[in-house]
Ligand binder design. Structure first.
Ligand code: GDP
Length: 364
């Protein structure tokens, strides 16, 4: 195109014809992203310890899409024979107790011993963050740089049962990928401890010393689940307070009935931040493993857990199938209204809905 600045007068300022806009996305990249692995390729990659493939498989496990679930289940099934060989540890504590700092410290200790560590999380309330509160890599700075550590945030919000099931399935994939230690972290504020407890071998409760009435705030159930209570921030001026808290916890534990495992929970003090007392914590876990493997409790518990998850999955599926059945969906709210208006009793209403469901079961 002619341009006034192409005149000899402006030599040196030659204006060239422009090029069409370049695409912002590399067309080849798109193609590559769309390349999908077959379930067998996934399994092969996982068994080789390929972290990228492992991550993608976990994404499928977490997906709500039916076709993703189909592939995920096939991968899990093929990985199962290679799973089960890790030490699974649940870690809980209220926000601020020092979970991230501690996991970073414990994790680095284990990595230095040559172990491979997967850090997973269960945080069903993670709507606030879509999973970034727990498992966020920036919280575990040293670990996140380690190639032998795999950190995965909590599956994003859903029912606790759903989130927990996905984490349990992720454990299988991680173990198949060669991770011989698995941490499952949860915030110690609700029901999620029970879910974590039902998928780990050892349950660790992180506590803080402080006001002298630390025992009051903890739900009895959580203390009863703990195989080890560890008092964090035992450093500087806080050492004596931490020791005092440990003594109080020890006393309180004596009031509980003995655990089925035959193991008496230990109480230790440590500092995640200053890396003090970390080895002792890991020694305790090792001692527990040896103890429960010898007395048979380890296998017993894993079997019980497998059974529990079978029934959990059945219950989940039944509930889902029921509530997503079109006939049920179309009648549910009018039936509810009838109950509210006292036209029919709750039990009759429930029976009607169940009958309707069973009649329409085959009609999807
Ligand atoms: P989380 O919410 O349970 O994950 O807790 P964080 O790991 O984020 O820790 C909460 C705060 O406590 C942070 O400011 C940490 O630096 C601090 N903290 C964690 N562990 C220790 C410790 O062992 N000693 C001291 N003095 N502070 C700690």
């Amino acid at each position: 195109m002619e341009h006034p600045e192409n005149d000899d007068l402006y030599r040196g300022l030659k204006v060239n014809k422009g090029v069409a806009d370049v695409p912002t996305v590399n067309p080849y990249l798109k193609k590559k992203l769309r390349r999908e692995y077959t379930p067998s390729e996934f399994v092969e990659g996982i068994l080789k310890g390929n972290i990228t493939i492992l991550s993608q498989a976990v994404t499928l496990v977490e997906s709500a899409k039916y076709e993703h679930q189909q592939i995920a289940q096939e991968i899990i099934e093929k990985c199962l024979p290679h799973a089960g060989k890790s030490v699974r540890i649940g870690i809980t504590g209220v926000p601020g107790a020092g979970k991230s700092t501690s996991i970073d410290a414990f994790g680095m200790h284990l990595i230095k011993e040559g172990r491979k560590l997967a850090v997973l999380a269960i945080d069903p309330s993670s709507e606030r963050s879509k999973g970034s509160i727990l498992g966020d890599k920036t919280r575990m700075e040293a670990l996140s740089r380690e190639k032998n550590a795999f950190i995965r945030p909590s599956p994003s919000a859903g029912s606790l049962g759903g989130v927990a099931r996905k984490t349990r399935e992720t454990i299988v994939l991680c173990e198949a990928a060669g991770f011989n230690t698995v941490f499952v972290e949860t915030v110690g504020v609700g029901q999620s401890e029970t879910a974590v407890h039902s998928m780990v071998d050892f349950f660790l409760l992180i506590q803080l010393a402080g006001t002298g009435d630390e025992l009051q705030g903890i739900k009895r159930g959580i203390m009863e689940m703990a195989d080890g209570i560890i008092i964090n921030k035992a450093d500087g001026d806080n050492i004596d307070k931490a020791k005092l808290a440990a003594a109080q916890f020890k006393n309180a534990l004596h009031l509980f009935p003995p655990a089925d495992s035959g193991w008496f929970p230990k109480v230790l003090t440590y500092s995640g931040y200053y890396n003090l007392g970390i080895k002792e914590i890991w020694d305790m876990v090792g001692e527990y493993m040896e103890f429960t493997k010898k007395n048979g409790y380890f296998d017993y518990k894993r079997n019980e857990q497998a059974k529990y998850w079978m029934y959990e999955s059945i219950n989940d599926t039944l509930r889902e199938t029921f509530y997503h059945n079109p006939a049920v969906e179309s009648m549910l709210s009018s039936t509810e209204q009838q109950v509210l208006k006292n036209e029919i009793s709750s039990f009759v209403a429930a029976k009607r809905m169940m009958d309707l469901f069973l009649e329409n079961l085959s009609k999807k």
